[in-house]
Each structure stands twice: as C-alpha cells, then as structure tokens.
Design a protein around this ligand. Structure first.
Ligand code: TYD
Length: 218
C-alpha cells in the first residue's frame, strides 16, 4: 500500500457503529488482547486524537452555540479534522509498521453526514477521498444493533438526564444505522458487520476471530 511519499507497512483497523453500539467498551477490551497476539506496537486513536489543529476544528463542530452550522460545512470540518489527525498521527504510525486501531473514521461521516444529514453517501465519500488521499482501513468492524437497544444503552449511561426520547432523535438514530448498513453494502470487501447485541466477551471473541482470519500479517 502506497500513499504519496509514505510507504505503508502498518495495519489500519477502524471500529464503527452508532452511539450505544459499545464501540468504546469493545476497544478497551480488544486492544490488550491484540497487543498480546501481534508483534506490532498497537496504537489506539480517535479523531481528533490530541492533534492541536484537529482539536480546534472539532471544537467548532461540537460547539452547541453553532446551531446555524450547515451540513456541508460540518462534513468539510470533519474531513479537515480527519486529514490533520491522519497526517500527524496515523500515517507516521503506519509508516513505522504499527497496528493502528481507530475509533471512528470515514464511515462515520458517510453514515452521519452522508445519510443522516442527507448529503449523500457518495458525495461525502468523494470529499473524504480527497481529504485522506483515499487511505482507507485494511479492515473495518461495524457494530450493528437495533435502534431501540442503542438508545436504551445511551440512556442508561446518562442516569440523571432525559429518559424520554423524542421522535426526532429516534428518526436520526434510524438514519445513522441505515447509513452504516448502506456503507457496508458499498464496501463489502473491507467492512465486516458484528451483531452488537451480545455480551462484551462474545463481542471481543468475534472481533478477534475476524481480525486474525482477515489479516495474515499481524
Ligand atoms: P465521538 O466523539 O467519536 O463520540 P462517540 O464515538 O462516543 O459517539 O463522536 C461525536 C459525534 O460526532 C458522534 O455523534 C458521531 C459524530 N461524528 C460525525 O457525525 N461524523 C464523523 O465523521 C465522526 C468521526 C463523528
């Protein structure tokens, strides 16, 4: 795999899924196990990943005062933040032969901005091809679960907050889930779907099985 002047020797895995899918729990349990079976140094990262410029861009996106933010502006800013994180953090790690595990990457933009914000998955994919020089993960694990269970999990995590979900957020969650499923159809050779409605241990076991069977140079 070649990207500009970088010769890639590392391995790049991304973990994707809607909120409440258990991405973070899986990652925390998975990474020490991966480190045990791989000779490579494992780097876990999530955008903006402590990269100064990416952090600044992310602040603009997530500022609740920015209610007027246009969907395309949002997609461009996510792509810009991604680019900076890629150049400063992911590429050097891959060039050094590390195993990089990313908590969200391009597919999140395809599902959230492309499908839920209705910019179109192909349009957002094109934007991200430009932003990443088309550097896509070697393997993506997509955690999929029904929207009701996802929302229930989010609510359980926020004990003192709202315990009522309005229709708008339910509809958005549906669009995000279906967005990810459309992305899976678009890239069936790269993405593997995991049913996320199972105990963490089983999830980790399945994720490890997929990783070891798909990637032979761990
Ligand atoms: P993040 O901070 O990664 O939270 P989590 O992974 O715990 O859900 O993401 C913040 C929000 O931003 C989340 O709702 C997903 C969304 N998001 C996008 O809309 N597009 C993107 O490209 C990414 C990376 C995230």
């Amino acid at each position: 795999m070649r990207l500009g002047e970088w010769t890639m020797q590392g391995i790049f895995i991304s973990i994707e899924g809607p909120e409440g899918s258990g991405k973070t729990t899986l990652l925390n349990a998975l990474v020490p196990k991966l480190q045990r079976i791989s000779d490579r140094e494992v780097l876990t990262t999530r955008e903006p990943g402590g990269v100064r410029i990416a952090e600044e861009i992310r602040k603009i996106i997530l500022d609740p005062a920015h209610t007027e933010m246009d969907a395309k502006t949002e997609a461009l800013l996510f792509a810009a933040s991604r680019r900076q994180h890629l150049v400063e953090k992911v590429l050097p790690a891959l060039a050094a032969g590390k195993l990089v595990v990313a908590d969200r990457y391009v597919d999140s933009s395809l599902a959230y901005q492309g499908n839920a914000r209705k910019l179109g998955i192909d349009a957002v994919a094109q934007l991200n091809e430009f932003a990443t020089d088309n550097l896509m993960p070697d393997l993506t694990l997509l955690l999929d679960l029904d929207v009701e269970t996802g929302i229930e999990r989010i609510m359980r995590g926020r004990k003192n907050e709202i315990n009522r979900i309005d229709l708008e957020s339910l509809a958005t969650h549906q669009l995000v889930r279906h967005g990810f499923l459309k992305v899976l159809e678009k890239y069936p050779e790269r993405i593997v779907k995991i049913d996320a409605v199972k105990p963490t241990e089983k999830l980790v076991e399945e994720a490890l099985e997929i990783i070891t069977s798909r990637l032979d140079n761990l």
